[in-house]
Write a protein that binds this ligand. Structure first.
Ligand SMILES: *Cc1c(COP(=O)(O)O)cnc(C)c1O
Length: 342
């Protein structure tokens, strides 16, 4: 049997398809710091309109769009209320403190999803001792929660709490399209509820680089200033924006294929004797835990010897993520190669 390398560490490993590359080569570009790159503007407008926002800002990464959003929403000494599994808290280099001087109020939700009542309980009293609870940040889908997503009604209840307490509501929508293809909800419903959304183009949508931040004209104007201050102003970024436009037009509906492959992988892992539990597979992420104190790093090493590339995701937890470069044939190869793990 020939062993094929199966890249399942993340959906960020995708390479542009030939058609996406062609779109990039054909892009009309200009200097985006002067707001003269037509392709960047087209991407920002298309993404904003899709969600019903006034404006968008194309940035290098989801970390940058999230961190810029937090910086615009929060002042020093304020706090953001979020789940303790949130990417903004766990995986952005301590940016809430380092970039903005803000605090976090961490809640323990259901696989990373927090509820309106938890948030209401957590809001600080209006008293000089406390940080000001100024923002709630949700993640959808939740990476660390195994790709689970919110019910719209739950977000609507959260929005009511935010309105009642004059708090902003931000969405880390790195994988929002993975949620939307499952729920079949309109992106516009999300645009109505959130003051800002960060959307990754380089995850399941398969572009080489980039995220967009969405919000009102006023919000995005402030965000553009922060992006420049942080060195994120870029010039002929239209070559990258063209990939984003191509992805929005061609790579959204196909996310369902990634989800069905992830479910197949989840079912295979559930039958393995060394696997204790597989989290429900709701979208393109499979997280499982190991029995008998097997360490994730040792198991990931073992998988790599049969060509299966996985990410350690906690001491005894491992993550797979499916994506557009993981084909039906790769799924067959996965099943065969997994049998070689002893
Ligand atoms: C990947 C990811 C981001 C952004 O990551 P970058 O690597 O900076 O683009 C933000 N939030 C979540 C939930 C993610 O999975």
């Amino acid at each position: 049997m020939t062993i094929k390398t199966l890249e399942l560490r993340s959906d960020t490993f995708t390479k542009p398809t030939p058609a996406m590359l062609e779109a990039m080569f054909q892009a009309k570009v200009g200097d985006d710091v002067f707001e003269e790159d037509p392709t960047v503007k087209a991407l920002e407008q298309q993404a904003a309109q899709l969600f019903g926002y006034e404006a968008g800002l194309f940035c290098t990464s989801g970390t940058m769009t999230n961190q810029i959003a937090l910086n615009v929403h929060l002042r020093q000494g304020d706090e953001v209320i979020c789940d303790k599994l949130s990417h903004i808290y766990l995986y952005e280099g301590g940016g809430i403190a380092a970039n903005t001087g803000a605090s976090v109020n961490l809640l323990e939700g259901d696989r990373g999803r927090i509820s309106a009542s938890q948030i209401r309980e957590a809001i600080q009293p209006d008293n000089v001792h406390h940080p000001v609870s100024r923002l709630v940040s949700l993640e959808n889908t939740v990476n660390k929660g195994g790709g689970c997503y919110y019910q719209l009604a739950a977000i609507q209840q959260i929005k009511e709490v935010c309105v009642a307490h004059q708090m902003g509501l931000h969405l880390d929508g790195a994988r929002i399209f993975n949620a939307l293809v499952e729920t079949q909800e309109s992106p516009k419903l999300y645009g109505e509820l959130f003051d800002s959304i960060s959307v990754c183009l380089s995850k399941g949508l398969g572009t080489p680089v980039g995220s967009v931040l969405l919000g009102s004209h006023h919000f995005i104007a402030q965000a553009r200033r922060v992006r420049k201050r942080w060195g994120g102003g870029w010039r002929q970024a239209g070559y990258l924006a063209a990939a984003g436009i191509y992805a929005l037009n061609n790579h959204v509906e196909r996310l369902k294929d990634d989800h069905s492959k992830a479910r197949a992988i989840g079912n295979l892992m559930a039958q393995r004797p060394e696997v204790a539990e597989v989290l429900p597979v709701d979208t393109n992420i499979v997280i499982f835990s190991l029995k008998n104190d097997i360490l994730a790093k040792d198991y990931v090493q073992k998988l790599s010897t049969v060509g299966i590339m996985a990410a350690p995701f906690g001491k005894h937890q491992v993550r797979f993520v499916t994506h557009l470069d993981f084909t039906e044939n790769d799924l067959d190869a996965f099943e065969q190669q997994l049998k070689c793990v002893t």
